[in-house]
Ligand binder design. Structure first.
Ligand code: C2G
Length: 132
């Protein structure tokens, strides 16, 4: 079984997230998603609208996702890849090059981001529409 892993906050799920999950799954037959915990999000300088439990439940409902694990820190990726016997690590190309150290342990693939959508944009657009 070829296993794939990807990491992220996945807040306010949108088609950019769905695109990367669908394409990540094409690299194998089992996709693990490591979702940032609320505490790690704070370290990343992010405040998710949905809690970790809510984001986990939403991701688990996606057909491309086989397993959801927590992401607690920047350092756990090598251990995750080894523990879960991952063949391919996939991330959006806004992270291009940042995780090349994983090449000693698995294939590393950066995929083009989906243009024109992001959680930040959704929040901003909602704010504008609410302000009338
Ligand atoms: N993404 C995308 N297109 C978008 C928005 C996001 O392809 N329009 C991808 C990102 O490149 C990332 C994944 O969706 O691979 C999740 O994005 P975020 O939830 O913003 O995750 P991020 O904050 O980048 O966290 O250790 C890695 C970090 O946890 C990544």
């Amino acid at each position: 079984m070829k296993k794939v892993i990807t990491y992220g906050t996945f807040d306010l799920l949108h088609t950019g997230h769905i695109n990367i999950l669908r394409r990540a799954k094409e690299y194998g037959d089992y996709l693990i998603v490591a979702i940032s915990s609320d505490e790690f999000n704070a370290i990343k300088g992010k405040k998710a609208y949905y809690s970790f439990e809510q984001r986990k439940a939403i991701l688990e409902a996606i057909r491309y996702v086989d397993e959801v694990i927590p992401e607690h820190n920047w350092e756990q990726k090598v251990e995750d890849v080894q523990k879960h016997q991952v063949d391919t690590f996939v991330m959006g190309d806004d992270w291009e090059g940042k995780f090349d150290f994983l090449k000693d342990y698995c294939k590393v693939v950066y995929l083009p981001r989906t243009v024109g959508i992001s959680t930040t944009k959704i929040k901003k657009d909602l704010q504008l529409s609410n302000n009338g």
